[in-house]
Design a protein around this ligand. Structure first.
Ligand SMILES: [Zn+2]
Ligand SMILES: [Zn+2]
Length: 310
């Protein structure tokens, strides 16, 4: 079978490899790409080593054994470590990561699979992975009764966050410097501006130190700030002590998701509450993946869809 393999940072090759063996083999129908894949291609990633490594973690397809349509979850928590026992599986200390969606077939543990609701297309189902991380991030702010929320960054994660906050009944303002992304946010029911004013609830969805600082600067007294975008490994951010202390800012990280949050994301996509088509970009085959990841999306924020059989 054919698979996209990373041989090291910047070195992506599509090769003929042995058919994978594992608990369940899934024939991949659609795998969507995200900023993490771009990062993996450019700089490599600790979870990829040793090379060559398969990648792609937003994967939908058909079980070879039963013919069932499934989303391949990108992780299986151990269920036994302290965070797992405390009900926070996204922080599992012994996580099994399931990578390799950019291939014709993928072998996975059965525990990673989720049934795709009827009527939801494979490309839409694949987006349940990033949407689940947004469902989790929004849940991290569940204790905030702020009516008004700001989202920093209009990439696909920022747009998904804005949509989920609109669905919660909050008054949402998304900030992005690209007019095309502001128009996408408005189509999802948010207000859109080039830069945030002050908000009682702020989500950061950029993943750069200056954006983390901007999120704190956009916080009203007593605000909750949820940091969703991961900065490059080892990054440190200097934050002003004044507002953190005197304004009692509540700063929270948000990482990954639980199984239940993935199922919730699938249900939202199937119901049309989150319009995956508004976030889907071009569909490419494996041979077009490298160029598509390097090109990035200029104006609108849209996810590359890989159909490995095309
Ligand atoms: Zn992703
Ligand atoms: Zn665990």
């Amino acid at each position: 079978m054919r698979a996209a393999l990373l041989h090291g940072p910047g070195d992506l090759r599509v090769e003929e490899v042995a058919e994978p063996e594992g608990e369940v083999v899934v024939r991949v129908t659609a795998a969507t790409a995200c900023g993490t894949d771009v990062k993996m291609l450019r700089h490599g990633h600790r979870v990829l080593e040793p090379y060559p490594a398969r990648f792609g973690h937003e994967t939908a397809g058909v079980r070879e054994d039963t013919g069932e349509r499934v989303l391949v979850g990108d992780s299986v928590a151990c269920g036994a470590c302290p965070p797992c026992r405390a009900g926070r599986p996204q922080l599992c200390r012994a996580m099994t990561w399931v990578l390799g969606g950019f291939a014709e077939l993928i072998a996975v543990p059965a525990a990673a699979l989720h049934a795709i609701p009827d009527g939801l297309a494979f490309a839409g189902a694949a987006m349940a992975e990033p949407l689940a991380a947004c469902v989790h991030a929004v849940a991290r702010a569940a204790s905030s009764d702020a009516r008004d929320a700001g989202v920093l960054g209009g990439g696909t994660m920022g747009l998904m966050l804005a949509r989920l906050l609109v669905l919660e009944g909050r008054d949402v303002t998304l900030a992005d410097r690209h007019a095309e992304r502001r128009a996408q946010a408005e189509a999802m029911g948010a207000r859109a501006v080039p830069a945030l004013a002050r908000h009682e609830l702020v989500f950061e969805a950029v993943g750069r130190p200056e954006a983390w600082r901007a999120a704190v600067a956009a916080a009203a007294p007593g605000a909750t700030i949820v940091l969703v975008g991961g900065c490059p490994g080892g990054t440190e951010v200097a934050l002003p002590t004044g507002p953190l202390h005197y304004d009692e800012l509540d700063v929270r990280g948000a990482f990954h998701h639980s199984r239940a949050e993935v199922d919730r994301a699938l249900a939202l996509l199937a119901a049309g509450a989150v319009d995956w088509r508004a976030l889907a970009g071009e569909t490419v085959g494996l041979d077009g993946l490298g160029a598509a990841l390097r090109r990035g999306s200029g104006g609108e924020a849209r996810k590359v869809v890989v159909d490995p059989w095309r």
